[in-house]
Design a binder for this molecule. Structure first.
Ligand SMILES: [Zn+2]
Length: 418
């Protein structure tokens, strides 16, 4: 069988494995709480809070969707015309058209062009966050975070670009097989190593001061069967007023992280409720599931790219002879941009179901639906959330159930519906 024949077989196997992983590991069967409960929950929220959340999201939309649209247009303009290939060629020319220079410098320049052209939208977003008093950062802090983000992306980008084009260079017939394995390995590495390395770049973490709350959280984790090493407080307040918490690390390195803003904004029982939700993610191994699905998706993407490389009119449009050459990187980004837009609703759907399961876990662990509901109302208020967002936006991008859905889930739980 030819490499192409094998690629078709592997593509089929990976697609089936991905579908099975999603169906088995993601709790898609869980129906949302009754709409009647959601409407009743919405009525209990202060009207001015709901109005403020809606106004904030209306203000954000032009910047958000503008950025999405312009990013897509730039990716298509560079990738589906010879523009991107010429840019990469020009960047590599001072180095004699060396493939390494084209791969690394050309790749970074193409990404940078797209980043710089969408930068005004990021600044616009920051202006709105400041206007609504969610961001506590000035332009200096914002810029420092932006540059840190670029630096982190550049390091990962260089590893990925050099790795990928070394494979296509040295294994021209079988690069898709090595590339698929490499992409999957990179997803695993990013998922487990990156939080530990990257989180400290943006935040400082200090152990939570000894006291009843710390004792209760550690006890809660032990009761739940997911012991944690420590409870850390992140200094998120120097950037935002928004509140959050998460569990990171695996096994012996597992720790609970709460934003310092959560501790100042929420009552201790509500913090317990938030942490109980996060413990649900740990208990159900949601990070592991996400990593597995991401790794299968990445491997599938590389094989799909190889098969797409047989589409000669696409290559001709991009001004390249092979999809595996560094000059075709802009074409890769264009394909990735289109896939990203199309896959976003599916990703959001999987995420929402996973989050709903963590909510159910929190309710069962704390057996305190009243506090859970109060906590949801508080999160929405502090984070200027739209408690009941427009359906189209919810379906396209919502990573969590809406606030009214989560409040309604607590009401259903209180009635004994599990
Ligand atoms: Zn969650």
């Amino acid at each position: 069988m030819t490499p192409r024949g094998w690629a078709v077989v592997v593509f089929g196997v990976l697609a089936v494995a991905l579908a099975v992983a999603v169906l088995v590991l993601v709790p898609l069967h869980r129906p949302p709480a009754p709409r009647a409960d959601q409407v009743a929950a919405l009525r209990t929220l202060p009207a001015d809070q709901v109005a403020a959340g809606r106004a904030f999201h209306s203000a954000l939309r032009p910047a958000g969707y503008g950025s999405l649209l312009i990013g897509l247009v730039i990716a298509l303009a560079l990738g589906l015309t010879p523009l991107g290939a010429r840019l990469i060629e020009a960047v590599g020319r001072p180095f004699g058209g060396n493939w390494v220079a084209q791969a690394i410098l050309g790749g970074i320049v193409v990404v940078l062009v797209a980043d710089l052209l969408t930068l005004p939208f990021a600044a616009w977003r920051h202006i709105i966050l400041v206007r609504y008093e969610l961001s506590t950062q000035g332009w200096g802090g914002w810029l420092v975070d932006l540059l840190k983000g670029y630096a982190v992306s550049a390091v990962i980008g260089v590893v990925a670009l050099l790795g990928f084009y070394a494979i296509t260079h040295f294994a021209p017939r079988w690069w898709w097989a090595w590339g698929a394995a490499g992409a999957a390995a990179l997803v695993v590495l990013m998922s487990f190593v990156l939080p530990v390395l990257v989180e400290p770049v943006f935040n400082r973490f200090t152990p939570m001061a000894d006291g009843p709350l710390r004792t209760e959280l550690i006890q809660l984790a032990r009761t739940d069967g997911v012991p944690v090493r420590d409870v850390l407080v992140a200094d998120a307040s120097r950037r935002t007023r928004q509140v959050n918490a998460y569990v990171s690390g695996l096994g012996p390195t597992r720790r609970i992280v709460v934003y310092d803003t959560l501790l100042t904004e929420a009552a201790p029982p509500e913090v317990v409720s938030v942490v109980a939700h996060e413990l649900g993610h740990a208990k159900d191994r949601d990070v592991l599931t996400g990593t597995l699905i991401g790794a299968l998706g990445a491997a599938l993407g590389v094989v799909a790219l190889f098969l797409l490389g047989g589409w000669t009119s696409l290559l001709r449009a991009a001004g390249v002879t092979s999809i595996a050459e560094p000059r075709a990187f802009a074409l890769l980004l264009a394909v990735a941009a289109v896939v990203g837009v199309v896959a976003s609703p599916a990703q959001a759907l999987l995420s929402r179901h996973t989050e709903a399961r963590a909510d159910a876990h929190a309710l069962a662990l704390t057996q305190d639906p009243m506090t859970f509901e109060a906590m949801q109302a508080r999160l929405s208020s502090v984070n200027l959330g739209d408690p009941d967002p427009p359906r189209w936006e919810y379906l396209y991008a919502a990573s969590h159930p809406s606030t009214v859905e989560r409040m309604a889930a607590a009401r259903a739980y209180a009635r004994g519906e599990r």
